[in-house]
Design a protein around this ligand. Structure first.
Ligand SMILES: CC(C)(COP(=O)(O)OP(=O)(O)OC[C@H]1O[C@@H](n2cnc3c(N)ncnc32)[C@H](O)[C@@H]1OP(=O)(O)O)[C@@H](O)C(=O)NCCC(=O)NCCS
Length: 193
């Protein structure tokens, strides 16, 4: 069971089936889809894929949190930790409605989730993948401490790979956390968080 999390401005809560419409509308926005699929996915197929994800309780390792402003509750997007295909590694990922962009919300939520991933789940390392041109996402990843490595192919695309080890994160002395550790194991999921 994932805990609710809080940052100075944000409330993060586990994603639930009632978030399906919010996730679908976000994913069908061309500016959101641009660096993920190139163009929005087919609406009905995507709805079915999301429904299957919710029913399946994906991801089995990590979790997805819906992000809301504490001062103005409502779905803004999500941030989460989940297995990266074919690697046995855990990936941090996020996606927001355009109305939430440019306010540091993605960075604030990702820093909180990253801290959870290292301190509570004890994932090591945590990686991220991103379209090579997705500069806003690269900036978020760098600001929370990940460094870019060599590009690789994941989910049939060439992607920029970012990585941070647990030791390097803890040495940075960022964030707060508590609770039991949960070890990562290999997994191979499709890419439709
Ligand atoms: C990627 C995404 C989460 C970034 O959200 P955001 O609200 O812009 O993020 P933040 O405001 O926390 O920080 C963005 C940083 O990138 C910078 N940035 C934004 N656009 C940029 C661009 N085109 N080039 C370079 N830097 C850029 C911002 O200036 C900011 O850095 P700063 O704080 O040093 O000024 C958001 O654009 C999004 O949801 N996109 C659609 C889904 C997606 O691509 N997800 C990532 C998949 S890997």
């Amino acid at each position: 069971m994932l805990p609710d999390l809080e940052t100075p401005r944000l409330a993060l809560r586990p994603r639930r089936p009632a978030d399906l419409d919010g996730c679908l509308a976000m994913d069908l926005d061309p500016s959101v889809a641009r660096f993920i699929w190139g163009a929005p996915p087919d609406a009905e197929k995507h709805r079915q894929g999301l429904r299957a994800r919710f029913a399946d309780g994906w991801p089995k390792l990590g979790g997805i949190w819906v992000v809301e402003e504490r001062a103005a509750p409502g779905f803004l997007g999500w941030c989460g930790l989940f297995p990266l295909e074919k690697t046995g590694l855990i990936e941090i990922g996020y996606r927001y409605l355009p109305k939430a962009w440019g306010r540091g919300i993605a960075t604030e939520a990702a820093a909180c989730v990253l801290d959870r991933g290292f301190r509570n789940f004890a994932f090591d390392p945590i990686v991220a993948i991103s379209h090579p041109e997705n500069r806003a996402s690269h900036r978020v990843l760098r600001k929370i401490g990940l460094a870019r490595r060599a590009d690789a192919v994941h989910y049939r695309q060439t992607v920029a790979v970012f990585r941070l080890s647990r030791a390097d994160y803890l040495a940075l002395g960022k964030g707060l956390g508590d609770g039991p550790a949960q070890a990562a194991t290999p997994s191979d999921p499709p890419r439709t968080p």
